[in-house]
Design a protein around this ligand. Sequence first.
Ligand code: SF4
Ligand code: SF4
Length: 363
Amino acid sequence: MEASYGFANKFRDQVLRCSSCGFCRAICPLFGLTKRPAFNARGKMLVLREVMDGSIDLNDELIETLFQCTTCAGCAEQCPSGVNVPDIIKQVRKDMVFVGSCHPVFIGMNQILQEHTNIYGESEPEDFERERNRSAQYVYFIGCVGSYREDEPTMATLDLLDHFDVDYTLIDEVCCSGVLDDVGYQINKDLAQKNIDLVLATGAKTVITGCPFCSRTFNNKTQYDRLKKEKVKVIHISQFLKDFDPGVKTDKLVTYHDPCDLGRHCGIYEEPREIIRKIAPNFVEMRHNRANALCCGAGGGVRGAYPKTSIAMARRRLEEVGEIGAEVLLTECNSCVHNLDNAKLRAQKLEFCTTSQFINQLL
Ligand code: SF4
Ligand code: SF4
């Protein structure tokens, strides 16, 4: 079996470069929660070494180890040997799907996106009482979570864009389908094509996304290259709002959770803080922040496949908010909002929302 798997062809050097130093343990949300060596990057690399040696095959017995990873890239940030674990894991999952071993939840997710235009298989999104598909300077792309599960942060962002007189339009968007690439499949070309056609039809030269994962997908995946060719820029809402001054302030102690997709994956740490500092002079960082921020536990399909584990990881993140006594926790990702909110204990006195929602409340 040696080197017949795609991951072995592409990442053999990286897997062998893992020196088992264990630095990645400090930040891995799965290891932090479970203390199981097989769940952190070091354990996964040891398993993959055995697969490359031909001692074991990629099969169903490895699903638990290789699908329990939020692809948060915390390990890659710590790794002195330059092992890019999320990229390796994503390729391994594709190899597993190829040999017929995949987590059943992801088989279902792939099927849903063959038959529907969103990851929840819902028929009608909230209309948000806004015009769609018209000519405008900007397109605001909401994303599945903001369209079907977290409509309050979306409404708040749209209200804020109206407050600042931004010329934007919504479109009849469909799932960017980036999640398929994380869980063993390929981005759905038809869905990508539909999004691109709808964006181009508006004449907008900038797409503002409410979801950092959609932003990443549009900017980095070849299926969306046509946007670049047509000189359409894609930015996250935090990059857009940093140039505005809402002119309101709070005295409350505020902290910020860096979403993995915005922070480690896109390198956007400063823009969200720039906005928050304008409205919250009492801003305080959590123990793990920026490139070292703890993952909320939602990414890499883990929220869907391992919901209890995902919530438990989110609770660990919320403990850090408690440590600094923050009254308000802000973030910039609807998936983080969804997971951290589900994990919040009733006794925990904490306001928690996106920065746009918070600004709207102050306004
Ligand atoms: S990407 Fe995140 S969850 Fe996956 S092994 Fe690395 S630190 Fe752990
Ligand atoms: S930090 Fe890098 S080299 Fe060290 S154990 Fe983790 S993956 Fe291997």
